[in-house]
Structures are given as structure tokens and as C-alpha cells.
Ligand binder design. Structure first.
Ligand SMILES: NC(=O)c1ccc[n+]([C@@H]2O[C@H](COP(=O)([O-])OP(=O)(O)OC[C@H]3O[C@@H](n4cnc5c(N)ncnc54)[C@H](O)[C@@H]3O)[C@@H](O)[C@H]2O)c1
Length: 256
């Protein structure tokens, strides 16, 4: 349940909106009054999210669409179709699409490394670039781009050399984008989740989950809605003087 209606009249785009954190972000944005474009590589999941969105306000209209964030052509098509539909680019964008393909460094294949970098890092770059270009071209007065990194981009994680590299890259991308885009009124920030219950972590073996939980000062995994709450803050004007920041949503995991 949203505490506020901070996103009334805002058009928002959420990649990876078909599942887990992305879905929770779509739901939170809709409950705060935003129109939401749910974008995912899975049409079925995107439509399922669409069906779960609140739409009580006049002028609030959501859509679901397919995108492959690792393809420039697909991302360009996405932003063009949003502008055709809504006559404006999204002023809020959340890069939540992401994958894992875990393996130890000694056995990781080039394909596993490239695939994760292409979706998690290059995908965040392509979407950030396309949305920023659209906002600058139409002379928008403000924008907020939020990328979902990970705590493991800071501390590393056994079996995730590809994933942790991609997430460290997302932080560098965000800080640079923040420096370049501030003069256009566009803020760029990162959220670094710790260990959140989603289909992504459902794949993690029970014994690893038990070990991870023992390392979390708050003693439990996070919920997607707890990440979505922070996204809503970063999307809204409540965070208007915050850019280039990385906010950890981790229950204290790896605070030192
Ligand atoms: N769950 C966690 O503990 C955790 C921790 C840190 C960071 N994250 C990050 O949060 C984000 C969301 O993860 P989640 O846990 O909700 O996972 P999830 O698997 O539930 O959701 C990821 C979504 O991304 C979509 N997707 C995958 N490839 C895509 C592509 N090429 N183009 C468009 N969409 C694509 C999937 O279809 C899926 O709907 C990811 O970036 C992930 O790396 C998750």
C-alpha cells in the first residue's frame, strides 16, 4: 500500500517489469498514481504484471510491451512506441531487467560472461541512453533514471564473476550518467539490493540461502516491495537533490 501519491501524471518505464523486483516497482508506481510501461523480454510475464496494476486515477494508463534490453534496435523501438502512444518520453525509468549465469571463474565460458554483461550492463546503458536522448530532445524539465545494481558489485561473490562485474559496471555507468545529465535536469541513481526473494533467488540452493541469511544483520531476505519503496523515493521529487548515489537495500548485508 503506497503511503503517498507522489507520481501522479508521471509516465514511467520499468524494464524487467514482468517479475520480481521490476514487477513490485510497477505495482508501487501505479499505486502512487503513475502511468506504467511494463517492458520485459517475456510477453506473458509483462501482461501478468499489467493485469495486477491499479488504475484508479483519471488519465492513468498502463501498457505492457516486449523488449530485449541487450538489443539497440529493440530499445529504440520501445522508446519510439512509448512516444507514439503517450506523446512524450518516460520521465522515470527503472532498469530492472537482469539475469544470472553462475559459474566459478576457472570454468566460466566466454558466452556466460558475455551474456550477463550484455543484458545487465549493456542493457542498462542502451535504455539509459535512449530515454535520456528522448528527454533531452523534447526539452523535458526533469527525469529520474534508476538502475538496479547489486551489493555484489561492491564486494564480489563466489560463482558470480560475470554478474558482479556487470553490477559494478552499472554503478560506474550511473555515476557518469549523473555527471553528464544533471545539466538537463535528469538524475541518475542506483539501488543495490542484497538478497531479495524473487524467481532469481529461487534458483539458489537452500544451503546457500541459509548461509546468506546468517550473514544478514536483519536476519532475513528482503521482499521485492522493500526495493520498490526505495525506487519510488528515487523516482519522486522527494529525492530531488540526490544524483549519482547508490542506495543499499540489503538488511545490512556486507556493511563491514
Ligand atoms: N533478487 C535479488 O536478490 C537481487 C539482488 C541484487 C540485484 N538484483 C537485480 O534486480 C533486478 C531484478 O531481479 P529479480 O530478482 O527481480 O529477477 P527476476 O528474474 O525475477 O526478474 C528479472 C526480469 O528481467 C527480465 N529479463 C531478462 N532478460 C531480459 C532482457 N534481455 N530484456 C528485457 N527483460 C529481460 C526477465 O524476463 C524477468 O522478468 C536484476 O537486475 C537483478 O540483477 C536482484
Amino acid at each position: 500500500m503506497a503511503a503517498a501519491k507522489r507520481l501522479i501524471s508521471r509516465l514511467t518505464l520499468v524494464t524487467g517489469g514482468g517479475s520480481g523486483i521490476g514487477r513490485a516497482v510497477c505495482q508501487r508506481f501505479a499505486s502512487e498514481g503513475a502511468s506504467v510501461v511494463v517492458a520485459d523480454i517475456s510477453e506473458e510475464s509483462a501482461n501478468e504484471t499489467l493485469g495486477s496494476l491499479q488504475s484508479d486515477l483519471k488519465g492513468q494508463g498502463h501498457m505492457a510491451t516486449v523488449v530485449d534490453v541487450s538489443s539497440k534496435e529493440s530499445v529504440t523501438k520501445l522508446v519510439t512506441s512509448i512516444q507514439t502512444c503517450y506523446f512524450q518520453p518516460p520521465s522515470v525509468c527503472v532498469n530492472a531487467a537482469g539475469i544470472t549465469q553462475d559459474n566459478f571463474l576457472l570454468s566460466m565460458t566466454e558466452e556466460q560472461f558475455d551474456k550477463v554483461i550484455q543484458i545487465n550492463l549493456k542493457g542498462s546503458f542502451l535504455v539509459t541512453q535512449a530515454v535520456a536522448q528522448a528527454l533531452v530532445s523534447c526539452g523535458a524539465s526533469r527525469g529520474s533514471i534508476i538502475s538496479v545494481g547489486s551489493i555484489v558489485g561492491k564486494v564480489g561473490n563466489i560463482g558470480q564473476v560475470n554478474y558482479s562485474s556487470s553490477k559494478a559496471g552499472v554503478e560506474g555507468l550511473t555515476r557518469t550518467a549523473a555527471k553528464e545529465l544533471s545539466r538537463f535536469g535528469i538524475r541518475c541513481n542506483c539501488i543495490l539490493p542484497g538478497f531479495i526473494s524473487t524467481p532469481m533467488t529461487d534458483k539458489v540452493p537452500e544451503k546457500v540461502i541459509t548461509k546468506m541469511k546468517s550473514l544478514i544483520p536483519m536476519g532475513r531476505m528482503g521482499e521485492p516491495a522493500e526495493v520498490a519503496d526505495v525506487c519510488a523515493f528515487l523516482a519522486s521529487d522527494d529525492s530531488r537533490y540526490i544524483t549519482g548515489a547508490s542506495i543499499e537495500v540489503s538488511g545490512g548485508l556486507f556493511i563491514g
